[in-house]
Design a protein around this ligand. Sequence first.
Ligand SMILES: Cc1cc2nc3c(=O)[nH]c(=O)nc-3n(C[C@H](O)[C@H](O)[C@H](O)COP(=O)(O)OP(=O)(O)OC[C@H]3O[C@@H](n4cnc5c(N)ncnc54)[C@H](O)[C@@H]3O)c2cc1C
Length: 401
Amino acid sequence: MQFPPDDAALEARLLSVDPKGYEATRNHLSGSVTHLSPYLTHGFLSLGEVLQAIRTRTALTKSDKLFAEFAWRAFFQHVRRHRGKAIFESLRPPVCEQPYAEVLPSDVREGRTGIAAIDQSVSQLYRDGYLHNHARMWLASYVVHYRRVAWRVGADWMYGHLLDGDLASNHLSWQWVAGTFSSKPYIFNAGNVEKYAPASWHCRHSPLDTTYEALELLAHGQNEGLSRSFENYAMHSRPTPAGVVEPTLYAAPPRTSANAFADANAVRQATAQRSEVELVHSWGLRRKSLVPSTAKNPVFRLGVIDPKGHARFPWSAARWSFVLARMSEICDLVYLGCIEDLLNALPAGADLYSTLGAVDDDTQAALSNLNVRWLQPAPLVEEPPRYCQSFSRYFKEVGAR
Ligand SMILES: Cc1cc2nc3c(=O)[nH]c(=O)nc-3n(C[C@H](O)[C@H](O)[C@H](O)COP(=O)(O)OP(=O)(O)OC[C@H]3O[C@@H](n4cnc5c(N)ncnc54)[C@H](O)[C@@H]3O)c2cc1C
C-alpha cells in the first residue's frame, strides 16, 4: 500500500470512495475502505471538505456507515479538545487488577510471536505505515489483553510507525480496546481472524484458537494457563518466525532528509516585506490557504517543524518524508527550529495565521504564543456545545442538529 503525498493520489482515493461497498465490506482486510487517513491526519483536506468532495459524485448521508466512521474521528478530536492531556492516562480503571508490563516484548516488536495475524500486522505496519482498522484492533487487543502490556506502551509504539498517526484517534482507540474508554474490553479469537483476513493471517492451533469465554477470563486476569501459553508461544511455534527489523524513529527530520531548511535568519530575510504570513504545521498541509489574500499581496506560507513537539512522539523516516515532501511543495520556505525563535524573525505588525487541525499540544501552544489567528477548515459536523463522554451521545447531539 502506497501513500504518495500529493493531490493526484488524494483525488484518486476520493474518486474510488464507494459508500455502499464500504458498508458491506469494511470489516474485511480486503474490503472497500478509503485509505484516506494519512491525508486526513495531515490536513490535506478536512473531514467536511472530504464529505463535500464525495457528495459531488455520490450520496452520503448521516445514516451511512462511512459517515459514522468519519464521525468517530471527529468524536476523538472532540474528546481531546475537552480532556487535553488526560487522554494519555486511563479514562477508566483497567479491566485487570494485576499489573500490566511497561515494556513491549521483543517478539511483538520484532513480529515473531508465531501468531500469524500479529506478525503480519507488525510487518505491514513497518512496511506501509498503515493498517486496516481490524488489524489495529487485533494488534492492540493482543498486546493489552493477551500479553498484558499497558495500553499506553502499545499506543506510543504504534503511533510512531503510522503515516496517519493521530494522538486522539490512536490513543483513544487503544483505550477503547483496553476497556478504559468503553464498557468492555475488545477481544478476538482465531475464528474472527479467519472470517475477515486472508489465509496467510489465520491462526488455528495457536493460543488464539479458543473460546471467547476463555479469552474474556484472560483479559480479566483469571486464566493464567492461557496467559503462559501466549507468553511462550513464540519459543515453541514451528516454523520459527523470521521476524522483522523495527524501523528507527526520529524526533526531528533524519539526516538523510533531502530537504533544505531555513533558520530564523533566513525567515527574517524572506518575510521582511510581507504583511501576511501563514505558519503551516504538519497537521495542516492543505494546498489552498484559507487566508484571504489578494493577487497584489499574496500570503507567505512558512512551513514550521519544531522538534520539541516530537520529542515525546517521534516519527518514522517514511512519515517525515511524507510530511516534508508535501510541506516543501506547498510552502514558500520550511523552517526547522524552535517556534519561539520566530518571534523576532517575523515582521513586526504582520498578520500571522495558522490552520486548526490535529496539531500536537506543544506546537499549538507555541503558535498561540505568536498570536496567530486560527483558521478553521470545514468540519464534518458542528461542534456540540457541551462535552459528550460517549460516541453515542456525540452522534445523537450532532445528528439532531
Ligand atoms: C488501535 C487503533 C489505533 C488507531 N490509530 C489511528 C490513528 O493513529 N490515526 C487514525 O487516523 N486512525 C486511527 N485508528 C482508526 C482507524 O483504524 C483508521 O482511521 C482507519 O483504519 C484508517 O484507514 P482508512 O482511511 O482506510 O479508513 P476507512 O475505514 O476508510 O474510514 C474512513 C475514515 O474514517 C475515519 N475512521 C474510520 N474508522 C475509524 C475509527 N475506528 N476511529 C476513528 N476514525 C475512524 C478515519 O479518518 C478514516 O480515514 C485507529 C484504530 C485502532 C483500533
